[in-house]
Design a protein around this ligand. Sequence first.
Ligand SMILES: Nc1ncnc2c1ncn2[C@@H]1O[C@H](COP(=O)(O)OP(=O)(O)OP(=O)(O)O)[C@@H](O)[C@H]1O
Ligand SMILES: [Mg+2]
Length: 314
Amino acid sequence: MQPIIAVQRISKCFQRGNAVLRDVSFSIDKGEMVALIGASGSGKSTLIRAVAGLTAIDRPRDGVTGSISVFGLRIQNGAGAIKAPKNIRMRIGVIFQQFNLVPRLSVLTNVCLGLLGRLPVIQGTLGRFNEADQRKAMDALSRVGMAEHALKRGVDLSGGQQQRAAIARCLVQQAEVLIADEPIASLDPGSARRVVDTLADMNRRDGITVIVSLHQVEYALKYCPRTIALKAGRIVYDGPSSALSLATLSEIYGAEAGDLFLPSLQQQSAPPAAQAKAPAIVSAAQILQERATFNTLAAARPLYVPPPESRLHA
Ligand SMILES: Nc1ncnc2c1ncn2[C@@H]1O[C@H](COP(=O)(O)OP(=O)(O)OP(=O)(O)O)[C@@H](O)[C@H]1O
Ligand SMILES: [Mg+2]
């Protein structure tokens, strides 16, 4: 089967001698849900933008020609220009950390905007959406649990609601690939979970291929069967999320490692017994190990909550 996304040997330098992506290659099959992780500045957004056709990759150098193909069509080959015709762009939905909705338009109209590329030019230009269009948008909003907010303005939604409305717009757009760049970075844990749940639901029920960059590793472990990790523009891990080792996480994040997990999970993953036995100075690696163990369990059984008694007697 042909991969839905094929990235081959791409590099990106914004300034001479300062590579942001270095010889990056991977391919993603239809229906996968892949997490992209890495410390701040490792190149996640640049990679996502390149795959979405928003950033041009470097020209061929030292005999290496990078390329990006989506749906079997080469959209970049280092020739400077991005060749993503509208019918290809329509099949890719992109969600950013923020600024996904037009603030002053209603949520319903924002979701209808996903139809623009599919409407006759004149209708799209006028932004007039007929009843059938609006019904499609309402269906999509219902899917993401946002029907009751349809008539609010984009600006009046919470961050998590805005993200779910943006996902509804991608549904209306009939995107087959959804690329989300840190969609939960500025959300509280409850809203973040709802947004990632929604992405996972799109992936599972609609077969939409999802690539999502995430700062919090537990979401990658829990929701995404596969993780690609970047460090200083290179892929340092590409494989099952369940096999991400503590050593790899520590290597990827270095000094940032201590910030990777949510406070709620930090508490759950540091059982009292372990705390009692812990030496005075607990290294970041030890903390990570406990969290990784908890997250692996959580990934295997999403509702698993370690019973406190058994931990005390462990
Ligand atoms: N348009 C640009 N011009 C110059 N440098 C850029 C540009 N975009 C990104 N960079 C640089 O490229 C590097 C990687 O940035 P990128 O945004 O891809 O990282 P990231 O992994 O998404 O980080 P974060 O987790 O903070 O979002 C950074 O050093 C950044 O300053
Ligand atoms: Mg980024």
